[in-house]
Structures are given as structure tokens and as C-alpha cells.
Design a protein around this ligand. Structure first.
Ligand SMILES: [Zn+2]
Length: 118
């Protein structure tokens, strides 16, 4: 009974990129509340006229590459018009263009700054 309790040897859990990219329901809800039903970049709202005809709806888009994250929080995500496979949508723009990636990075910094200020 006097034996010292051994330190627990938890196996170090290393999440996969997919798991790190998972968006929890609470994160998803915060992003949707922040966006208010509009694309956070161009302001397009589903159901309104889209001159490009390419926007099908709003999608949660990662602002950083998933492998860079420990886990996904609300400032890692933007609600953007998509689908990402359609060029001309904001989701495609941040995923496939250098300009879009820069925007995503600075938008994320802006979001993080807002959270720091409370
Ligand atoms: Zn958009």
C-alpha cells in the first residue's frame, strides 16, 4: 500500500491533419453568428442575386492550412461563399490563389485581435 503511485503513462495522442481541421459544433455556431448569414469576404447572402452564378451557398473555410493547427477555433474559420471547386467564389479564392491566402491570413489576424480585446 505504500508503493508510490506510478505516473500515468498516457499515450501521446497526435491528431491527424483531418482531426485538427475538424470544426466543432460550438466553433461552427460562433462562426455563423459572426458572419450573420453573409459571406465574410464579399458579403453575398444565399438567396440573393449572384451576378457570377457560381455561388451555391456559404461554407466554412479554413483560413490556415490544417497541419498548422493544433485544433480548429473560430478564428481559424471564415464563412465564405462556395463551393471551393468553383473559381469565382471566395472559398476557391482563398484556397487556390496567393492573394486569397494573404487575405485569409490577415483576416485571421484581425479575428484573433478582436478576441484578445475581448
Ligand atoms: Zn464571397
Amino acid at each position: 500500500m505504500a508503493n508510490p503511485v506510478p505516473k500515468p503513462s498516457y499515450k501521446r495522442f497526435k491528431p491527424t491533419a483531418k482531426q485538427r481541421g475538424n470544426i466543432s459544433p460550438s466553433v461552427s455556431q460562433k462562426v455563423h453568428e459572426r458572419a450573420g448569414g453573409r459571406c465574410e469576404r464579399c458579403g453575398w447572402a444565399p438567396g440573393t442575386f449572384d451576378p457570377t452564378g457560381k455561388r451555391m451557398g456559404l461554407q466554412r473555410a479554413h483560413l490556415v492550412r490544417r497541419w498548422k493547427l493544433e485544433r480548429t477555433t473560430e478564428h481559424d474559420i471564415a464563412l465564405l461563399c462556395g463551393p471551393s471547386v468553383n473559381s469565382g467564389t471566395c472559398h476557391h479564392w482563398i484556397d487556390y490563389t496567393a492573394e486569397g491566402r494573404e487575405w485569409a491570413e490577415s483576416f485571421r489576424m484581425k479575428l484573433m485581435g478582436q478576441y484578445v480585446q475581448g
